[in-house]
Structure formats: structure tokens, C-alpha cells
Design a protein around this ligand. Structure first.
Ligand code: BF8
Ligand code: SF4
Length: 650
């Protein structure tokens, strides 16, 4: 079963599905062994529903489901009378609410453990960055002085819990935005009032018979996104720093080559650092290391996947095995004893593929169970003991490994991670001025956040790597998070030596600071670090964020969380280019509002461009326009570039 799937359909060559060599090797192996993966399931879904792809299907009530005929022949309204514009807007709004809820609920989980830690009710947790705790408390108008950290933390937790409710007129972190932006949000009624409130209100508005004005729904979508970016996600990021440490630059390695044939390998997958942090502690326990040796292994090797992996990489230097589309392929190595999952972006399929090997899938969050996985319920009061139990299970699986099936791809790639805003400003001498000077002089022409997922609709990593390469060679600093960061890491773009890939201006800046031209700013909730950096730059210059030469890009996004991120980035004044078409093209009006009209409302808009080569040109034109607006030197973007696959040695 190599070239055809079960239905006899032609499969694409693996090189068309994924760019990195480790993924290609494992995908070939899966095909040879007849083990289906995400790409086979994607092929089986082809052709995907045209109505849903355009966003014109609705099942918000049981008078439906309804769909609008995009050719104008069949029905043009649902049973209730909803038009294509309204249906598309409601679907888009609900996607934002789902994504925003996911990030924000993750933030709430961190907040709860933060509060319990402050009360001395947890095991394995502490306040690691007390200076940051005090800075945050001052921002939130909580008395610090010589009060003990635990007391301050309890007050801060209480204040942040209030942001989740509905009683406030404005979230606490909104004060970080420049005054011009805050005034704009007030004028447009976009100021996020309560994190849960905006999400619930979106579900309310999109119930049948509530908000029937597509533009009004979309504007609330922006407010819902802002409640994530300046609310739930920002709380997640900031409190994770306080508890687990604020990241600073650290070298590590990336791709499936980080697995060790001689060790008990444990992959930590998901998003929330709460559990993985105690597993890192448990894996260093001499008793458990001795147990691993007793079972014939040389030690315990922890590796990361997706955003839990990013959290561990940037704070502890834990090697990163891969991004979203690697979660099945890592099991194909035959060398993985356990995949420990928390929540988000964990394909239900992992338990199925794990059944073909000795790999234990261990779920840990009561809100995210996976049939076929062993469930070990996470309880912060017993954090360390649970961490130990999980590591022990992995060690006990080691003797079940079949050495004949072990196949670990060669050559992990070095990468640098850990560029928190504090670390970036620290490297610049404590002020954004050197960055502002470099932008003003044109040695750095702007900065772009390249973020988001993998999606089997795009050759894995190709979008991230190509776009990033084009930007840095044109002296544009690239800030990465989430699965994008892992893609760039695998392609060798995230070591100081990668400065050689950059244009002369950016290269000189990177070489003088010893940093890569592509900065790892963390997991997906850490896109808030990009907001904070943008706000700091804007405030420093006395302008709004929308005036800065900045852009966002999500070349391979798949998740509702990415839609929420796009909404808050645009609503914060940063134009964002999506590489995968969102389901909005069934409504010309919605497309026009998101891709044009929003510019006049929030000073930024969405664009859709699947080809990263073209996306790079679009972004460069956008940055040059912003530079012109600020009276900075202008360079007409050219289109001359070397093929990226060649340039990155892929
Ligand atoms: O939150 S980039 S595939 S792992 S959604 Fe998921 Fe997308 Fe990866 Fe991180 Ni973000
Ligand atoms: Fe159909 Fe309207 Fe119900 Fe949607 S809300 S399913 S369009 S009747």
C-alpha cells in the first residue's frame, strides 16, 4: 500500500506533503507499514463540503440545518431568513469564540494553580520570578512594598479572576495598549469587558434571532478576540512566567532526531505547562533514573511537541521533537515509550497509531480524555507525585519496545529559543530605542509575527519556512511562536549563524547582538508577547500600533485558536495574512469588510494569500507603506529571490 489509498485513490509523493526530511522518512515508513496518518484521512475527506468551505452552512438551530446556494439558483436564505452574509459572519464569530475560550480557559487553569500555590496548597510549584510578580502587581494597582510574595500573589489572583467575569468595564491588561488604541476601542465599543463575558455574548448573539447584522456580529468578533489577546492569553503568559520563570535565550535542538535509542523517551504534548513542568522535575529524580537503568535504558529523555513543547523549550531548553503534523510520526519511530497529553491540538488519532506500537498515551486533563489512552487525573495538590507516576509508567513501557522497529531520523538541528519581551529589551540595553533606531535607519525594515499551525492542506512547514526566509533576506525581523517556530527551527533559521540568511542590515544587527534573525517568542498564548512588544514600541514613539511597520502571518493555520489570534492581532492594529482560506468566501460583504473595510475601522485588515512567495511581497509592500507613513526611508519591494527549498537545503 504505497501509491494508492484504500479506495484506490492516488496518493501524493511524501515530498509534496511535508518538507522536513524527518517527517518524510517517517511518512514513508507509515505508508510501507499500511498505517494511516493525517494525510490519508485528509485525502479520504476530499472533496470537502463546498458549503462548509464557503461558510454558508448553518446548524445553529433545529429548523435547519440550512445552506445557501453559492450559485444563486437554490435557496438564498435559511429557514429563519438568515442570509449568506449573516451565516458566514455567525460561523466566523463562533470560531473566534471557540478559540478565545480555549486560550482563556488554559489561562484560567494557570490562574487557579497560581492562586493555590500562593496559598501553599500545591506540590511541585512555586513563584519562580518574584520580580515579575511585583511588576505585575504594580500594574494591577496592588500594593507591593515589603509584603510577602504569597500575599501579593493572592491579591493579584483575585483581581485577575474578576477579569474572567463580567463586572468590569475594561480588562486589566488593556492598560498596556497605547492611549490612541484604547480610545479607538472605546469609540467602537470594542474594549473587552470580561473574558468569559465576550465569549458568552458571542454565543448569545449568534443564537437564532439575536444579532442579525453581519457587521455587528463581526465587530463583536473582534472584541471577543481582544478578550483573548489582552485577557485570557495574556494572563496565561504572564503567570506562566511568574511560576515557571521568564524565558531568556537558550540553545536546544529540534526534530525527531532528539529521540534517543538508548533512553526511555517521553513526549510532552499539548499546551499547558502546569503538568509538563512537574514531569521535568520528576524525570530528574535519581530514583526514577535508577529504575530506568534497571529496565535496561541509559536514562530518561523528555522531548516536547507543539506548544507544551514550546513552553518547555524556552524555559528549560527541553529538546523539541516537532510541530502539529509530527504527533503521529513521532510514534512511528518505535522509540516513544509515552506520549503525555494535556489539551488542545491533540489528534484523537494518536491513540490509534499508538496501538501499533508499545507507546502509552497518557491523558491528564479531566476536560480532555482520549479513548484508548490511560487517564491519570492531574491534581496540582499532588503535582509532583503525579509527575512521578507518569514517568514511572513510561519507564515500565520501555521493556516492551521492539528494538527491530526503532527508527530514529538522524541529525537534530540546533535552535535558539526564549525571547521574551524582557529578554529582547534586556539584549537592547533595557529600552526599545536601539530597535527603533534600526527601524528608522532602515537596517531593520519592520517586524512580522509568523505564527500558527501546520495544516495538511499545505506542504508541512513550506509556508512558514518560505515566508520567513523571504522576509529576513529583505531585512525584516521575524518573530515566531507555536508550530511556526518549530518549522523555522527545523529549517535552521533560528541559530545566530542564520544571520547569514538575512539581508545586510538585519544581519549586522543580529551579528552585533549574537541573535538569530528569527526570534522564538514562545507558544501560541505567547502571541501576547508580540502585542506587548508592539505596544511598547508604539508608546515609545508616541504613535498607535497601526502606524508601525508590523504585520502578522499565519501561513499554515488550522485551528479556531488561530482565528481568535488573527482577530485580536487585527483589532490591535496589525494587518495579518492568512495562508489557508478561512470559510468566509460565501459572502462578498464579509470578505470585503475583513479584507478592506476594517482598515478604515481599526487601521488593519486581513488578507488571504496561500503562496508564501506572494505573501512575502504583499507584506513587504505593507511594511513599506507604514514606513512611508512614518516618514522613514522607503524601498520598493523587488521580487527577485532564490528558490527557498534550495536556500534552506531542503
Ligand atoms: O496553539 S500553532 S497547531 S499547537 S493551534 Fe495547535 Fe496551531 Fe500548533 Fe499551539 Ni497554536
Ligand atoms: Fe437555518 Fe436559521 Fe436555524 Fe441557521 S439559525 S439552522 S439558518 S433556521
Amino acid at each position: 500500500m504505497t501509491a494508492l489509498d484504500r479506495d484506490g485513490r492516488q496518493r501524493a509523493a511524501v515530498a509534496n506533503l511535508t518538507m522536513p526530511a524527518d517527517a518524510q522518512e517517517m511518512l514513508e515508513l507509515a505508508r510501507a507499514e499500511g498505517i494511516p496518518t493525517v494525510w490519508d484521512r485528509a485525502l479520504a475527506q476530499d472533496p470537502q463540503c463546498g458549503y462548509c468551505s464557503l461558510g454558508v452552512s448553518c446548524r445553529n438551530c433545529s429548523m435547519g440545518p440550512c445552506r445557501i446556494d453559492p450559485f444563486g439558483v437554490g435557496p438564498q436564505v435559511g429557514v429563519c431568513g438568515a442570509t449568506a452574509d449573516l451565516i458566514v459572519a455567525r460561523n466566523f464569530g463562533r470560531a473566534i469564540a471557540a478559540g478565545s475560550s480555549s486560550h482563556s480557559d488554559h489561562g484560567r487553569d494557570i490562574l487557579e494553580v497560581f492562586e493555590q500555590t500562593a496559598k501553599g496548597e500545591t506540590s511541585g510549584y512555586r513563584i519562580t520570578d518574584e520580580a515579575k510578580l511585583r511588576r505585575l502587581a504594580e500594574e494591577w494597582n496592588i500594593e507591593t512594598g515589603d509584603r510577602p510574595a504569597d500575599e501579593i500573589a493572592q491579591d493579584l489572583a483575585e483581581a485577575m479572576f474578576k477579569d474572567y467575569g463580567s463586572q468590569k468595564s475594561e480588562l486589566g491588561f488593556v492598560a498596556r495598549a497605547p492611549d490612541q488604541r484604547r480610545a479607538l476601542w472605546q469609540r467602537l465599543q470594542l474594549t473587552p469587558r470580561g473574558i468569559d463575558r465576550e465569549n458568552v455574548e458571542m454565543l448569545h448573539r449568534t443564537h437564532m434571532g439575536v444579532d442579525s447584522d453581519y457587521a455587528n456580529v463581526l465587530l463583536h468578533g473582534l472584541r471577543t478576540g481582544l478578550a483573548d489577546g489582552w485577557g485570557g492569553s495574556m494572563i496565561a503568559t504572564e503567570l506562566s512566567d511568574v511560576m515557571f520563570g521568564t524565558p531568556s535565550p537558550v540553545m536546544s535542538t529540534v526534530n525527531l532526531g532528539v529521540l534517543k535509542a538508548t533512553h526511555v523517551n517521553v513526549a510532552l504534548h499539548g499546551h499547558n505547562p502546569l503538568l509538563s513542568d512537574v514531569i521535568v522535575q520528576a524525570a530528574a529524580d535519581p530514583e526514577l533514573i535508577a529504575l530506568a537503568r534497571e529496565k535496561g535504558a541509559e536514562g530518561i529523555n523528555l522531548v516536547g511537541l507543539c506548544c507544551t513543547g514550546n513552553e518547555l523549550l524556552m524555559r528549560k531548553g527541553v529538546p523539541m521533537a516537532g510541530n502539529h503534523l509530527m504527533q503521529e510520526l513521532i510514534i512511528m519511530t518505535g522509540a516513544l515509550e509515552a506520549m503525555v497529553v494535556d489539551y488542545q491540538c491533540i489528534m484523537p488519532a494518536v491513540t490509534e497509531i499508538a496501538r501499533c506500537f508499545h507507546t502509552q498515551v497518557i491523558s491528564t486533563a479531566d476536560k480532555a480524555k482520549f479513548p484508548g489512552a490511560v487517564h491519570i487525573s492531574f491534581d496540582p495538590a499532588e503535582g509532583l507525585a503525579i509527575g512521578r507516576e507518569i514517568v514511572k509508567r513510561a519507564i515500565e513501557a520501555y521493556p516492551n519496545r521492539n528494538p527491530a522497529r526503532v527508527r530514529i531520523p538522524d541529525g537534530p538541528v540546533p535552535m535558539m529559543a526564549g525571547f521574551s519581551v524582557e529578554a529582547i529589551l534586556g539584549a537592547l540595553g533595557g529600552t526599545p530605542q536601539p530597535l527603533v533606531d534600526a527601524i528608522a535607519a532602515g537596517s531593520i525594515r519592520g517586524a512580522v509575527g509568523v505564527v500558527g499551525c501546520n495544516n495538511p492542506k499545505i506542504t508541512q512547514d513550506y509556508g512558514h519556512v518560505t515566508l520567513t526566509r523571504r522576509l529576513i533576506e529583505n531585512d525584516i525581523l521575524v518573530l515566531v511562536t507555536g508550530c511556526a517556530a518549530v518549522a523555522n527551527g527545523k529549517a535552521g533559521q533560528m541559530v545566530p549563524d542564520a544571520a547569514a540568511m538575512a539581508g545586510p542590515g538585519l544581519r549586522a544587527v543580529c551579528e552585533s547582538l549574537g541573535i538569530p534573525p528569527v526570534l522564538h517568542m514562545g507558544s501560541c498564548v505567547d502571541n501576547t508577547r508580540i502585542l506587548v512588544l508592539a505596544a511598547a514600541l508604539a508608546k515609545h514613539l508616541g504613535v498607535d500600533i497601526s502606524q508601525l511597520p508590523l504585520a502578522g502571518a499565519a501561513p499554515e493555520w488550522y485551528s479556531e485558536k488561530a482565528v481568535a489570534i488573527g482577530a485580536y492581532v487585527v483589532a490591535s492594529g496589525i494587518t495579518t495574512v492568512l495562508g489557508v482560506q478561512p470559510p468566509i468566501f460565501g459572502s462578498d460583504k464579509v470578505v470585503d469588510l475583513l479584507a478592506n473595510g476594517l482598515e478604515g475601522v481599526v487601521g488593519a485588515k486581513f488578507a488571504v494569500e496561500p503562496d508564501p512567495e506572494k505573501a512575502a511581497i504583499l507584506i513587504r509592500r505593507h511594511l513599506e507603506e507604514k514606513r512611508r507613513g512614518l516618514g522613514l526611508p522607503f524601498i520598493e519591494p523587488s521580487t527577485i529571490n532564490a528558490p527557498v527549498a534550495e536556500a534552506v537545503g531542503a
